[in-house]
Design a binder for this molecule. Structure first.
Ligand code: PLP
Length: 250
């Protein structure tokens, strides 16, 4: 008998889905525990599952497990993968998902990203703000925007300096098609994540004082999500702890 169940590729798919289920539930437990220790309500924290380098099939398995927020960091990969995912899910009209673009973004790719991403978390310069606004206009869409903050002043991996973040916030707030939602940061390599995220919280508080709708704080990854929860993160970006290690050559 050759039923679907006997197809070896289907068995591999089942095994992967089981892996993802177990890893996702372990991360959800970490978040629940981290919130409890920080005296926070888990309902105010959004888990963004970072699926970069992993296939659409994994996104669909995670969607089936209730994940609705996904993160990607490369334009071409993200565009193709989520076009497929949305085709399978039957959007629009199907179950909605939110795609967060979290990677360094070249200005000339901005209009492409503006056509399919829902949130761009890595906005770090005025030229990019203008390009995203134009792209959103062309696509007749709106985009949610986070300002990526460089917490150690090293902007080589992206991010606006703490000194320049207020001006950038004003520019986003004035853009017709963009909604300023808050800030994002990656803890600097080798830095104490608690110190880094405490600093981010100060920056976030300053932005929110002027822009009351901008209360999102995207901080915390697989290795430091508990520290991020201690310092007010509203969005965690978790890849490895759920999907496994990414190919190291990429
Ligand atoms: C890849 C990536 C993540 C996920 O990191 P993990 O350590 O795999 O959880 C989070 N944020 C950004 C900006 C990333 O590029």
């Amino acid at each position: 008998m050759t039923g679907l169940r006997d197809d070896p590729s289907d068995e591999r798919g089942d095994e992967r889905a089981q892996q993802l289920r177990a890893a996702l539930s372990a991360v959800r437990e970490r978040i629940a525990r981290g919130c409890e220790l920080a005296g926070r309500d888990p309902d105010e924290v959004t888990l963004v599952v970072v699926t970069k380098y992993f296939p659409a099939a994994d996104v669909l398995s995670l969607h089936e497990l209730g994940v609705r927020d996904f993160g990607e960091n490369r334009d071409q990969e993200a565009g193709e993968k989520f076009a497929e995912v949305r085709r399978v899910l039957g959007e629009p009209g199907g179950d909605p998902l939110t795609l967060h673009f979290i990677g360094q973004l070249q200005t000339n790719k901005a209009s492409h990203v503006a056509a399919y991403a829902d949130v761009v978390q890595s906005v770090d310069r005025v030229k990019l703000v203008r390009a995203l606004d134009r792209g959103a206009h062309q696509a007749d869409r709106r985009l949610d925007v986070l300002l990526q903050v460089s917490l150690d002043g090293d902007t080589s991996r992206g991010g606006v300096t703490v000194e320049q973040v207020d001006d950038l916030a004003e520019t986003v707030a004035g853009a017709e098609r963009l909604t300023l939602r808050g800030v994002m940061a990656v803890a600097p390599l080798g830095a104490d994540p608690d110190a880094a995220f405490a600093r981010l919280r100060e920056v976030a508080d300053g932005i929110r004082a002027r822009h009351p709708g901008a209360g999102w704080v995207s901080a915390g990854m697989s290795g430091d999500l508990e520290a991020a929860l201690r310092h007010g993160a509203t969005h965690l970006r978790v890849g490895t702890a759920i999907l496994g290690s990414r190919p190291s050559l990429l």
